[in-house]
Design a protein around this ligand. Structure first.
Ligand code: PRX
Length: 656
């Protein structure tokens, strides 16, 4: 049982005293991969001064069918890591461990939402992945072809990704909560030749119609030749003859042996769409060799992975966290991992804690939004369970507020587990700023220090390094192995978005500050990107879905701080002149956004306004709207506003 009381030190930290640090226990440090700050500093220095030496040593722990000529070729913004090498990332995730004698070790311990269970050993994973790889080849999928994966959290989601990688096809996973429209956009942009999906998925006791969404998305599509459907919930689905096949049928005749071919290090591995500042998500392109070394190394050191750990990352494979720290990083390290299909609160709020107790989870990686939801649900759900198997905790996706951090530290970690608050992005492919659990002093609210090979800085508008605690733009000054290589099909947007602000440096889009000790505090996005429950959404995306509705003339979307979700979506909508503002219409618009983007984008509030605040040149003044939703009024400078009466009307609208 964990302690319920917050220790004196933790109480002090609730006052957010930045000097209150939590150090790992001597025992933890003694057994950790990185045991002391001196070791971290030495290795970090080497990784920056001699990246070739550092990364070659890490890469040499993996299997390469042909070694590289150069560790790095860098001509900003184009990086080639491990040029000349040939490798198969799937071979590294699976075959390598079977050959090393881990064939009977559990690779994935899976629990379905209704409570069904499966254990897949590394040997079984090898057979399953090989079969599915052969099945994809039989369906005509070739290297570099794009395959869209739209699956719930079943082992087959990872198997599908690994099988694509094994045959050199490029997977593009779309989160199961996204709509048919979102799938359609991604299919069009990537020109995918195949889709892998399920008949449906379980969610909070209900079902999600995955295949039906795929069918709707495929209307008018000309590139997709095959749809492979895993049976999960057993509902009736339409199967189009010649195009749609059951997973079970395509693997039935597929050989269980497949020889993994070596691909070039810069061979494309996956495209993952993420939100930016325009209405359409961008396809972040990752390649193979560097991504493999990056995810392998970060998972090993940050989660301090050991042979007998039971690791659990609660993300969905539809997000980058699921790619790097469910499918690739842990399997590259040969660990046993838990995979859970369903909602954290199904059937009760203790589901996560019961899983940790049942399987003896030792490393637990989740999102701040989940932690806040658990706090709200009440400690009694935690108290029922023995969480003493835990030795390390992690968070990702958004800033974690000190209160949530301390609850996680004390209540879940029993005051003995280091917390790794990991900062990174879809674009970075792997964790960039993080404590290393055996050495870094941790404290609530900071992701602490750069990982090996990461040259992070906070710059002002004139490219000067900001003084301690002065906020600025977070940049990465040197290339790193798992970095994105492109926005799929749009090199110009890639250059402009990430490499345009400071010469030769990557701009993350986040604001941050650094304290005197070098700890980095992430302040949040600087662009118009929202972070709702750790999920990235563009305000422009929500706006463009709103204006696609026949009743809407104009829309502006801003974030409002939210106790559990981090940020909530607030929309100001101007209706066409002949449309009446009704509550029914608000509901209709909410559902409309859900239909266009997906349930995660459904606005929390919609306010009808006769007009939006604009500058004389017609630009919407979001700053005023942000202030309005936060404080209920506007006190900032409104001198550039075209019509000041708009503010009075808006203030009225948020009270309605
Ligand atoms: O604003 C940062 C926030 O999430 C953004 C990246 O979102 P995405 O590409 O969806 O990847 C999320 C999972 C890696 C960042 O620009 N973010 C991520 N991790 C943290 C964070 N903000 C604060 N602290 C973090 N640990």
């Amino acid at each position: 049982m964990n302690k319920t009381s917050i220790s004196a030190k933790a109480k002090k930290a609730t006052l957010f005293d930045e000097n209150t640090e939590f150090k790992p226990s001597k025992e933890f440090s003694k057994n950790a991969h990185i045991k002391s700050m001196a070791q971290y500093k030495r290795m970090h220095k080497e990784s920056i001064d001699q990246p070739d030496k550092f990364w070659a040593r890490e890469a040499n722990e993996l299997t390469w069918q042909k070694k590289w000529d150069n560790v790095l070729e860098w001509k900003a913004p184009d990086a080639k890591w491990f040029k000349g090498a040939k490798l198969n990332i799937c071979e590294n995730c699976v075959d390598r461990h079977v050959e090393a004698g881990r064939g009977n070790k559990a690779a994935i311990i899976w629990e379905g939402e209704p409570g069904d269970k499966r254990v897949i050993t590394y040997r079984q994973l090898l057979r399953d992945v090989s079969r599915f790889a052969n099945a994809l080849i039989a369906e005509g999928v070739k290297p570099k072809d794009r395959v869209l994966i739209y699956m719930p959290m079943t082992p087959e989601a990872s198997i599908a990704m690994l099988a694509c990688a094994r045959i050199g096809a490029v997977h593009s996973v779309v989160f199961g909560g996204f709509s048919a429209e979102s799938i359609k956009d991604r299919l069009e942009d990537s020109e995918a030749v195949a889709v892998i999906t399920c008949d449906g998925g379980w969610r909070r006791g209900g079902t999600v119609e995955l295949k039906a969404n795929v069918d709707a998305a495929l209307k008018g599509n000309k590139t997709v030749k095959t749809v492979i459907v895993q049976k999960r919930i057993g509902n009736d689905v339409t199967m189009k003859k010649g195009r749609d096949k059951w997973w079970e049928d395509v693997i039935a005749d597929a050989p269980a042996v497949h020889k993994p071919k070596g691909f070039n290090s810069e061979h494309p591995l996956f495209i993952l769409y993420t939100s930016g500042s325009t209405g359409k998500p961008k396809g972040i392109l990752h390649t193979t060799g560097g991504y493999m070394v990056g995810t392998y190394t970060t998972a090993k050191y940050i989660f301090d992975l050991k042979e007998d750990d039971v690791y659990w990352c609660t993300a969905d494979v539809g997000w980058i966290t699921g790619h790097s720290y469910i499918t690739y990083g842990p399997l590259l390290n040969g660990v046993t991992q838990i995979m859970y299909e369903g909602a954290p609160n199904y059937p009760e709020w203790n589901r996560f804690w019961s899983i940790i107790e049942e399987y003896g989870v030792s490393i637990f990686y989740t999102a701040p939004t989940a932690i806040r939801a658990f706090i709200k649900a009440g400690d009694e759900h935690v108290d029922k369970h023995d969480l003493s198997s835990l030795r390390l905790l992690g968070t990702v996706g958004e800033p974690i507020n000190p209160a949530a951090w301390l609850w996680y530290y004390e209540k879940i970690g029993g005051g003995k587990c280091p917390i790794v608050d990991t900062w990174w992005q879809t674009e970075t492919g792997a964790v960039m700023i993080t404590p290393l659990p055996g050495c870094t002093p941790i404290k609530p609210g900071t992701a602490t220090l750069p990982f090996f090979g990461v040259d992070a800085a906070i710059l002002d508008e004139d490219s000067n390094v900001c003084k301690p605690n002065v906020p600025g733009k977070l940049v990465i000054r040197k290339p790193w192995p798992s970095m994105l290589r492109n926005i799929y099909g749009d090199k110009k947007r890639y250059k402009d978005t990430y490499w345009g602000d400071y010469k030769g440096m990557y701009t993350a889009g986040d604001g941050a500050r650094m304290d005197k000790k070098g700890n980095i505090y992430i302040v949040g996005r600087l662009d118009d990107v929202l972070n709702v429950s750790g999920h990235r959404l563009g305000t422009a995306e929500v706006e463009s879905s709103l204006v696609a509705h026949k009743a809407v003339a104009e829309a502006a979307v801003v974030a409002k701080p939210h106790e559990v979700k981090g940020e909530a979506i607030v929309c100001f909508v101007t209706l066409k002149s002949n449309v009446k503002p009704t509550d029914k219409l608000k509901i209709e618009l909410r559902n409309h956004v859900g239909k266009i983007i997906g349930a995660i984008a459904k606005p929390d509030a919609i306010h009808f306004a006769p007009a939006l605040p604009k500058t004389r040149s017609g630009k919407i003044m979001r700053r005023l709207l942000k202030e309005l939703v936060k404080t209920g009024q506007v006190t900032g400078n409104v001198s550039t506003l075209e019509d000041s009466k708009v503010i009075t009307d808006l203030q009225k609208s948020i009270k309605e």
